[in-house]
Design a binder for this molecule. Structure first.
Ligand code: UGA
Length: 432
């Protein structure tokens, strides 16, 4: 099939590369000239395992192409995916749909034959109705169909999530579009993905509800972890025991420094705004947002306690600073709150991250990037495991630290407390 992808961010680039790998002819469009130039030369703007290889392979065979020319890309394609960003507005928490609507107007100018226009960007419920209105102002409704096809891929696991999704959600009441999209996704359906056709508005809401629910699950276990710390119960046992109930499920019950990234924080706020627009109080999600915002404070007060309330001049090392492993993404990472706070209190901070130095910390006093785990840890009073990279999962801390009485605060519960005790390491995890 002939596909045009507009926007080469996370969702667009991964979808484009994967669709081309499934045998489709894909043109990815972006207005940024440098980005398209780089992509043509195999330079990928984001860190995502496996993506570079997939892009280079399919670009070589011409199944995947890149351009700044939206006009010709739209004209040549049968299916157009809108994959542009929907950030939070500056003055409120609603999603900013400027890019989605601008792109819709550009598409409108170039409809010559029937087009299926699909939103893969995360857009609030009724956005599809709005796009339909914009296009139908100048084009007959017989010549296009607006479909919602939300994407559920995770950073760091994006290729796998695209090729082996749990479900494919197609929001359209148009039978023809549904048939064509079902056939586009047939290679994934034959591998076990469930295909669900519903209304466009329901599909839009499924995306936000899924992210809000997962954020709730994480926040729930984080609060249970707080309780566990008071009553000497291991939260890992609670997660396992709860997860064994199929109605609950075991995933997304890992406690940690709170959810971050480009999606959960933004989407939880945006769905609350959508609720407000329709006079509905989404009180559970509101409280999830509040609880998650408070998470860093709780963990920082633990840090302070571990250091006997003497943070000044203490040497603290952070292992990993991104919002989770296998990504270079710093957006809404809890380290962005923790590191500046500790620096303000007079701590001397070193950090190591497998994706390198971060511009966010360059101007913060007493914060130094080290290019190895060993150099970051060597003279520290406290080592904080902030991100669950595999690189941090089997470290010999006794060899890493030149200090005798260092403490390890494992914010991802990677290590076993008993083993640490045996190795005579002063160890704290979360919720145990
Ligand atoms: C999330 C969703 O998982 C995807 O399904 C969705 O497509 C994506 O948002 C999006 O809307 O584009 P992502 O933000 O890449 O994906 O990352 P997750 O793996 O979901 O992690 C989000 C945050 O939750 C991270 O800070 C992670 O450390 C935290 N987390 C996750 C936990 O603290 N505990 C868990 O058990 C799971």
């Amino acid at each position: 099939m002939k596909i045009c992808i507009i926007g080469t961010g996370y969702v667009g680039l991964v979808s484009g590369a994967c669709f081309s790998d499934l045998g489709n002819d894909v043109i990815c469009v972006d207005k940024e000239k440098d980005k398209i130039f780089d992509l043509k030369n195999g330079i990928i703007p984001i860190y995502e395992p496996g993506l570079e290889e997939l892009v280079i392979k399919n670009y070589k065979t011409k199944k995947l192409n890149f351009t700044n020319d939206l006009r010709s890309a739209v004209r040549k394609s049968d299916i157009i995916f809108i994959c542009v960003g929907t950030p939070i507005k500056k003055n409120c928490n609603a999603a900013d749909l400027t890019q989605v609507y601008d792109v819709s107007k550009e598409i409108r100018k170039n409809i010559r034959s029937f087009k299926i226009i699909v939103t893969k960007s995360t857009v609030p419920v009724t956005t599809g109705d709005e796009i339909e209105k914009i296009i139908s102002r100048k084009i007959s409704k017989k010549k296009f169909s607006i479909v919602s096809n939300p994407e559920f891929l995770r950073e760091g696991e994006a290729i796998r999530d695209f090729i082996y999704p749990d479900r494919i959600v197609i929001g359209t009441s148009d039978k023809k579009s549904n048939k064509i999209l079902k056939s586009l996704y047939s290679p994934l359906i034959s591998k076990g993905a469930k295909y669900f056709n519903t209304t466009r508005r329901a599909a839009e809401l499924i995306k936000y509800s899924s992210n809000a629910f997962l954020a709730t699950k994480i926040t729930f276990i984080n609060e249970i972890a707080n309780l566990c710390e008071k009553i000497n119960v291991n939260v890992e046992d609670v997660s396992i025991g709860m997860g064994l109930d199929n109605r609950i499920g075991s995933r997304f019950l890992r406690t940690g420094p709170g959810y971050g990234g480009s999606c959960f924080p933004k989407d939880t706020r945006a769905i609350v705004e959508t609720g407000k627009k329709f006079n509905i109080d989404l009180s559970i999600i509101k409280n999830v947002i509040k609880s998650n915002q408070n998470r860093s404070k709780i963990l920082l007060s633990r840090v302070s306690k571990i250091l006997n309330n003497k943070i000044k001049n203490k040497k603290i090392c952070f292992l990993g600073v991104t919002f989770k492993a296998n990504t270079d993404d710093m957006r809404e990472s809890s380290s962005l709150k923790m590191i500046p706070y500790l620096s303000k209190k007079g701590a001397k901070i070193t950090y190591y991250d497998p994706t390198g130095e971060k511009k966010e910390f360059k101007k913060i006093k007493n914060v130094k990037f080290c290019n190895s785990i060993k150099s970051a840890c060597s003279l520290c009073d406290l080592i904080i495991i902030h991100t669950e990279w595999n690189d941090f999962k089997s470290l010999n801390f006794k060899n890493l630290s030149r200090k005798k009485n260092f403490t390890l605060y494992d914010m991802r519960n990677i290590y076993l407390p008993d083993k640490m005790k045996k190795d005579k390491i002063i160890y704290f995890g979360i919720g145990r």
